[in-house]
Design a protein around this ligand. Sequence first.
Ligand code: SAM
Length: 190
Amino acid sequence: MSSEPNRLQVFFTVLLGYCVARPYKRYVESFDLAGNEVVLDYGSGSGRISRHIAELLLSGKGHLTCVDVSKVWMETIQKRLKKYPNVDYKLGDIAALDIADNAYDIVVVHFVLHHVEKDERQEKVDILARKLKPHGRLFIREPTREQHGTPAVEIRAVMSTAGLHERESRMSRSLIMGEVFDGVFYKPPV
Ligand SMILES: C[S@@+](CC[C@H](N)C(=O)[O-])C[C@H]1O[C@@H](n2cnc3c(N)ncnc32)[C@H](O)[C@@H]1O
């Protein structure tokens, strides 16, 4: 479902990321990272979230993996985050990427799920759940509009089927995106 952005989209998205950084920084701070975690940002795009994660992981020698299917976004984020030695980049479908299972403390899915074809969402979330270590947490923010989002009931269903337990969630409202689901899911040990 994802298509490559044009140069104007990239320019304005990166600009907006610099101008409106605070709420995203605060969101990442809510993960309560110690700094030594291993984090996967699924659908990392321009790095709006990733750059704050990379910064917080510097002190504790943590590591961030950015995954995206878009070559243009991958090139953009690599330029933007080049000062962070603690980040690696994986371009392509997560199903085909060489990423170890049970390897990540945190997985982040920020405004991505609705970009994945509806009938592929369960498969992708199953894979993301496998990438988490036992006791790992998945943070998801997702608009809930049926036309451009994923309804909360569907988000909860795919997480539950993937074996993840809801820790907390809330709804907020964004001027552009409308209602937004903000949730934390937990991977219980087997
Ligand atoms: C709206 S952007 C969000 C980017 C970033 N998470 C943020 O909040 O700034 C959606 C991103 O998901 C990526 N994406 C779409 N489908 C994907 C898939 N199946 N696997 C990985 N990334 C995907 C797109 O290329 C794009 O970078």
